[in-house]
Design a protein around this ligand. Sequence first.
Ligand code: 5AD
Ligand code: FES
Length: 345
Amino acid sequence: MCKHLIDRLASGSELSHDEYLTLIDRRSEIRDYAAALARDIRQQYYGNRIFIRGLIEFTNYCKNNCYYCGIRAANAKIDRYRLTPEEIVTCADNGYELGFRTVVLQGGEDPYYTDEILADIVSSIKKKHPDSAITLSLGERSRQSYRILREAGADRYLLRHETADKTHYETLHPDSMSFEHRMQCIRELKDLGYQVGVGFMVGSPGQTAEHLARELLFLKQLNPHMVGIGPFIPHQDTPLRDEPGGTAELTTFLLSLIRLTLPRVLLPATTALGTIDAMGREKGIEAGANVLMPNLSPVGVRKKYMLYDNKICTGEEAAQCITCLKNRVRKTGCEIVTARGDYAE
Ligand code: 5AD
Ligand code: FES
């Protein structure tokens, strides 16, 4: 048994690459133990509170061509949309009424939304709802752009690194994208004082247990405020359509290891996890996650923001998802709260 490695993580020690690898390889023996300690640690820093973030997917235009992603530029089959600044602010208002105190503006890398347009959106939301946090998830932009948006009132930024291994990164992205630039963006966001979220897909094509051990070391070293992980789910109109997807079993185990490695981290049970397993989000919470990110986008556009096949909650109104999630979360012994849910410093 390798329970002692879990105990060491829980007591704040660092593990080596090979120790993480052992845990990943022998996870079937220790997953319940790891989850129980991960829940204890979450309890210690955040109690039984689960934070909710209202996600507004405001554009599915994207200039990139990541091989895994359904809204990649080369996918001619999808119906593209952009929400107007007014529509975006209205979504944020609706979210506020529903109790959300964090709004996440997410989109493909769409040059239509200049710094000026985005800064206006951010500052008008901030002005109307000064007690809310604004999170951006807009991909790679210039340092100058990140600074303008930060000054306009954005508090947090999500930019998944996708993989901490350069060679693996290059197998998932075309030559026009670079691992170094992505890492540079993450450093700049940190420098500018954003609360930063990174993350990766579990079971992405070519990912090995060694890669995952490296992911955990990378996370320990970076010490981000948030980590978003979800299973890779093949999308039918992408080059990776025939690859197998990631599993809920591995994703939830990694959630526990991440909670044990970064005790205070804000860790969502993602929609992708809820998509491959009807109880995926509950299992994520039981593994140590403490964030849910329901959709606030207008129902009319939801089906168009398909990063992967069969995405859940594309037909439900935000209010329906909230009621549904409250019931689901309660069954795990936790409670959804409407607090901003900042990082526990
Ligand atoms: N399966 C799972 N997650 C995906 N993402 C993009 N495409 C897929 C897919 N096919 C994730 C990426 C991206 C985030 C917005 O969604 O990690 O950073
Ligand atoms: Fe959307 Fe259950 S969370 S319907």
